[in-house]
Design a protein around this ligand. Structure first.
Ligand SMILES: [Zn+2]
Length: 369
């Protein structure tokens, strides 16, 4: 007889999640089953549940009834007969990025470029994602989930489960910072610096040796808290006070910063993105990891004349997760400023609506299983 487990499931868009008893998955082939201990609560989940299929019809949610949950951590419970790199008892983060594993993009270590690219327990990027949801129907809001061994990031002893639920969003920031290239001696605008991605980008950029960070957000209290992480390297600016580009140029002998990362959330105005972008110097690079949608209106002559690079970056690879775990394990990256705020699985609906109750990107929201 099949073993059972508890899971939070959403039966229809607009419905609350129900805690139900469902069949527990088993492991076969190169898959494992992870006993979930905690799962990060994405600040954007309420938006995704309510609006995604209307806003972005090409990006499917998992078929209902669906088990959501993007950032699971737990203990490897069972391994398939072909698994070689995981053992029951391993403490792991499960990277939710799923892809076919067999195309040129996947073979090149860039699964985000795969036609099947999907964020498990969240949403897909095109109709092929439905195939991935079929293979891996479990997000992290349940007791046991099936995952490919290639998704596992082993956790160092000094990284507790609750903190490790932040590895996905830290990874998104880290992957963007890596795309900028070496940071030693360089300066970086972080636009939206006090949100989940912005605080992560700040921590990662400091660890990787950036000389100066120009941290931009609206509210000063959280900016001041961010600056306290490295007062000599971080300058802060509220863009309620005026132009970000003018402010950065006033501090860089009119040149501008070397790089910029934009992290603005789903409903932010693009005007501030456009303004901040012009605070980047000739030959600079701008990477967008925010959820803002819309037409930016880039002047292509400026783009050419100034030799600018504009890039988008989605999530991160398991390899990047392993790198981050190594950085935390060795103390190169200190994430102790991130404060967990958690709910039990039974209160998952409160968790979904509770993500604005903390202190911006300094709070990690999660469900404990
Ligand atoms: Zn592929």
């Amino acid at each position: 007889m099949a073993k059972l487990m508890r899971a939070a499931r959403m039966h229809a868009v607009g419905d609350k999640m129900l805690i139900e008893t469902v069949e527990r998955p088993t492991a076969a082939g190169t898959d494992v089953v992870v006993a979930v201990k905690a799962c990060g609560m994405v600040p954007n989940l309420a938006n995704v549940l309510a609006n995604w299929e209307t806003w972005y019809p090409q990006m499917p949610l998992p078929p209902r009834p669906a088990i959501f949950g993007l950032d699971p951590v737990g203990i490897v419970h069972e391994v398939g007969d072909l698994v070689v790199n995981a053992t029951p008892g391993d403490r792991v983060y499960v990277n939710p990025g799923r892809s076919c594993g067999a195309c040129h993009a996947c073979a090149s270590g860039t699964p985000q470029k795969c036609d099947y690219w999907t964020l498990n327990g969240y949403f897909g990027y095109n109709p092929s994602s439905l195939e991935m949801f079929k293979r891996y129907p479990h997000g992290g809001f349940c007791e046991y989930m099936r995952a490919p061994q290639s998704a596992l990031v082993k956790l160092p002893d000094n990284l507790e489960f609750r903190q490790a639920t932040r590895l996905g969003y830290l990874g998104t920031s880290y992957a963007a910072v890596k795309k900028l290239g070496p940071l030693a001696g360089k300066s970086l605008i972080i636009h939206g610096a006090t949100g989940t991605l912005g605080v992560g980008a700040t921590l990662v950029a400091l660890a990787l040796g950036v000389s100066r960070i120009f941290a931009i957000a609206r509210g000063l209290p959280l900016l001041e808290r961010l600056q306290a992480l490295a007062p000599n390297r971080i300058k802060i600016f509220s863009n309620r006070e005026g132009s970000t580009a003018a402010w950065v140029k006033s501090l860089t002998e009119a040149r501008g910063a070397d790089f910029m990362i934009d992290t603005l959330g789903a409903v932010a105005s693009l005007d501030s993105f456009k303004d901040a972008m012009h605070g980047v110097r000739r030959g600079g690079k701008i990477v967008n990891i925010g959820g803002t949608a819309g037409e930016l209106g880039v002047d292509v002559k400026w783009w050419m004349d100034e030799q600018m690079e504009l890039a988008g970056s989605v999530w991160s690879t398991t390899a990047e997760g392993i790198e981050l775990a190594g950085m935390v394990g060795s103390g190169v990256l200190d994430i102790s400023v991130l404060q967990p705020k958690s709910w039990p699985l039974d209160e998952v609906n409160d968790a979904i609506s509770g993500v604005s109750s903390g202190e911006g990107g300094f709070t990690s929201y999660l469900v404990e299983i």
